[in-house]
Design a protein around this ligand. Structure first.
Ligand SMILES: [Zn+2]
Length: 489
């Protein structure tokens, strides 16, 4: 006879066998979180005092009192599994599965159970940053164009691990290189988050990512390919439908999960005022055509109402920044279901120190704009993700999680927690057929979801700032079923 707790365990063990697969499908070890309060990425009510069983890289089961040991009998021919009591030599710690195959042959498999006592901590989905630049975040000031490329790539490898240590298990990289690093991460060669890469930021001559000097000839006339484009693969300057198509397709060829274009003035760029609109409708449509033919979408860097409206009316699914938007823009974004990823920038003195006055003056406008944008988002119920856009100051990257709390005057803790988990995961999933991680959902704690999980000291629903401070309140991080940080005693 089963009683409730054992029955759940039997279900857990039976489903992890992927029946009617052969006995070798039984994994050698599994991870069991005991005694955690689960924030599932969506619901305000925590599942208190629960256990979460992770098998391979997926969340297998969420329940109460999942046993840490037991012996099970599995008949491969029927798929029938039963928990058996007190067999001689029964596993004292861990699961023991006695597998009877179709020929009647019996084999015993030991499944080691790594038990993690959560001691009442909060277990929640790994954090997601929907606007990050691995290269620019890792690179101090202009180092990315002054140092050897392999030096810059080394800083990216370090930063990839730092992201995990802060609790960020996925990033959407909105311009820059990283396809090789992503591959190395996915192969388990180096630690790092899941990376949704845009590849080069596609920009027009004079656009936000045209980093040439005003007296330099552009490539289309007699100029050479700029360093940011040819060597560092950070951006690509193009004009006209054909070149936009070629640039987008080149990114897709390398594995871009989405395409990023610049359609309005920028803060970092010297020569395009914030108010300018970039790329014609036809050029924007070209990017959208290229992306949608590959089953994915386009996002854009833009601040102004005119630019945002031109973008979303021509097929953009997400908007980056938008700090100068107005009511009409917010209303239309909500109607079209377009996501906004805006940044709660502050006029930090440390940034002023490294910025040119031209950049600083533009930055201040954006800083002043985001609070109104936050209000409009709230008023019109625009779908909002969370992305930090940390660049040029590696010493500041530890504040990544602290950005979330800056939305506190407008959003409740549960709203902010959804942004950084399940809503950001919806944004990642917009990549459709180009989504590299399709075994289950991200950004949620539910059975069948990826095991990207963090343990938090305390309850972030009560104190959102627990997700900041460089991950100091996040003692354990699991990504893809692997524990990549463990400071538990
Ligand atoms: Zn950015």
């Amino acid at each position: 006879m089963f009683h409730a707790g054992k029955l759940v365990a039997a279900i857990a063990v039976s489903t992890l066998l992927a029946l009617p697969a052969a006995a070798q499908e039984v994994p050698a070890s599994v991870t069991l979180f005991k005694n955690v309060n689960v924030f599932d990425g969506k619901n305000e009510a925590l599942l208190e005092g629960h256990d979460v069983l992770v098998v391979r890289n997926m969340i297998q089961q969420i329940g109460q009192d999942i046993p840490t040991s037991g012996t099970y009998e599995l008949e491969v021919s029927t798929g029938r599994i039963e928990r058996v009591e007190a067999l001689p030599g029964s596993a004292a710690g861990g699961y023991e599965v006695i597998v009877t195959d179709e020929a009647g042959k019996t084999e015993t498999r030991e499944v080691e159970v790594e038990v993690i006592d959560g001691e009442g901590r909060t277990l929640m989905p790994g954090l997601i940053d929907a606007h990050y630049h691995l290269m620019l975040a890792a690179s101090k000031g202009d180092a990315w164009r002054l140092e050897q490329p392999d030096y810059t790539h080394a800083t990216m490898v370090i930063e990839a691990n730092n992201l995990l240590q802060r609790g960020f298990t996925s990033i959407r990289d909105t311009a820059g290189p990283g396809f090789g690093i992503k591959k190395a991460v996915d192969e388990g060669m180096i630690p790092g988050p899941r990376m949704y890469l845009s590849g080069t930021l596609i920009t027009q001559t004079s656009g936000h990512a045209d980093r040439t000097l005003p007296f330099e000839e552009p490539r289309v006339f007699s100029g050479t390919v700029p360093v940011g484009e040819g060597v560092m693969k950070l951006d690509r300057v193009v004009n006209g439908r054909d070149e936009v198509l070629a640039a987008a397709r080149q990114n897709l060829k390398q594995g871009a999960t989405q395409i990023k274009i610049a359609i309005g003035g920028g803060v970092y760029s010297f020569y395009d005022p914030l108010d300018v609109t970039e790329f014609t409708e036809d050029e924007i449509k070209a990017a959208v055509d290229a992306a949608s033919d590959w089953g994915t979408y386009v996002t854009a860097h833009v601040y102004t109402p005119k630019g945002v409206l031109r973008g979303i009316r021509n097929g953009l699914k997400t908007i980056e920044h938008g700090q100068l938007m107005d009511e009409e823009t917010a209303r239309e974004m909500a109607e079209r279901g377009v996501y906004l990823i805006t940044q709660p920038f502050q006029a930090d003195e440390s940034l002023k120190a490294i910025a040119d006055p031209i950049q600083w003056n533009k930055y201040v406008q954006v800083v002043e704009g985001w609070e109104q944008t936050a209000e409009l988002v709230k008023q019109y119920d625009v779908k909002m993700g969370f992305g930090t856009d940390l660049v040029f100051a590696p010493d500041m990257n530890g504040t990544q999680g602290d950005f979330l709390g800056r939305f506190s005057p407008w959003f409740s803790n549960i709203e902010m927690l959804r942004m950084i988990t399940s809503t950001n995961a919806e944004i990642l999933a917009l990549s459709g057929l180009r989504n590299p991680y399709q075994e289950g959902p991200l950004g949620v704690v539910e059975e069948g979801a990826y095991a990207d999980l963090i343990l938090v000291d305390g309850n972030p629903l009560e104190d959102i700032n627990l997700l900041g401070s460089n991950g100091d309140h996040i003692p354990l991080v699991m990504k893809d079923g692997e524990i990549v940080k463990n400071k538990l005693n």
